[in-house]
Write a protein that binds this ligand. Structure first.
Ligand SMILES: NC(=O)c1ccc[n+]([C@@H]2O[C@H](COP(=O)([O-])OP(=O)(O)OC[C@H]3O[C@@H](n4cnc5c(N)ncnc54)[C@H](O)[C@@H]3O)[C@@H](O)[C@H]2O)c1
Length: 251
């Protein structure tokens, strides 16, 4: 309950999926949390659903640098400081190289890479003062790469190297790590892997290729995020932790 007592946490993309699970887990462990969602309406709805006095919200488009600065500053003001930043906001849109035009490329890169970078940059001064940490959401696909979602894989590959480079530059005051999940059963994966529009079919197909016969839950990824944000991982920085139920072991 008190593992994160008095810790102040900002989770971008905290209104849904992995970010939402992380926000709940941090709050249950004693932290005060601000979740950042993409619109005022969706953020207010998520905060109302949390029904938890220790979770509040800010809204902004992570693909827009001014919004990144503003929402990080709003969270710092609200929490009177910041100890932990989790960059979970992201988009996944399977598309072949022929289908990936400039607009789609820019959208994926702006939200997944530029957003994570500029939210982190806006938080650096405060995190330095508090000897805080950053946890990025990479992806197993950013380590191994897949056809059919090249831009997404490139964006998550960038997160892996952003994690290493930021860790080197921000040490010793700020630790920077990433979690790199395989498929996680969230709206993102259900929409992205749907077969003929049927989400369950897509999840089933993914599940069949996993040694543990299932994909991850958002709570399981949240548990690793909390580990990387906790004192238990105090000698870990620059790491990208692949969490894929053994799907890529030995490949
Ligand atoms: N679900 C998976 O299988 C999986 C696997 C590996 C990595 N990831 C990564 O984990 C992170 C979270 O994924 P998820 O499954 O929870 O997805 P999700 O779609 O359930 O949630 C994504 C969150 O990002 C926010 N977001 C998206 N675009 C935004 C924008 N322009 N501005 C502000 N917020 C925006 C959404 O509001 C939402 O809260 C992402 O970075 C994703 O790439 C997911």
């Amino acid at each position: 309950m008190s593992r994160f007592k008095n810790k102040r946490v900002l989770v971008t993309g905290g209104t849904r999926g992995i970010g939402r699970a992380a926000a709940l887990a941090f709050s249950s462990a004693g932290a005060r949390v601000v979740v950042a969602g993409s619109t005022a309406q969706s953020t207010a709805a998520a905060v109302a659903e949390f029904d938890d006095a220790s979770i509040t919200g800010v809204a902004g488009d992570i693909g827009n640098v001014n919004d990144c600065r503003r929402l990080v500053q709003n969270a710092i003001d609200e929490l009177q400081g910041l100890d932990i930043l989790v960059n979970s906001a992201g988009v996944f849109q399977p598309a072949s190289i022929e289908e990936t035009d400039e607009d789609l490329w820019d959208r994926i890169m702006n939200i997944n890479v530029r957003g994570s970078y500029f939210c982190s940059r806006a938080a650096v001064e405060t995190l330095r003062q508090n000897r805080g940490c950053i946890v990025h959401l990479g992806s197993e696909s950013g380590v191994n790469g897949y056809g059919g979602s090249t831009a997404y894989c490139a964006s998550k590959g960038a997160i892996v190297n952003l994690t290493r480079s930021m860790a080197m530059e921000l040490a010793p005051e700020i630790r920077v790590n990433a979690v790199c999940p395989g498929v996680v059963d969230t709206d993102m994966a259900r929409r992205g892997f749907a077969i003929d529009g049927v989400q369950e079919k897509g999840i089933q197909q993914q599940r069949d290729s996993y040694p543990l016969n299932r994909v991850a839950t958002a709570d399981e990824i949240a548990a690793s995020i909390l580990y990387l944000a906790s004192d238990d991982s105090r000698f870990i920085t620059g790491e990208s932790l692949v969490i894929d139920g053994g799907a890529t072991v030995g490949k």
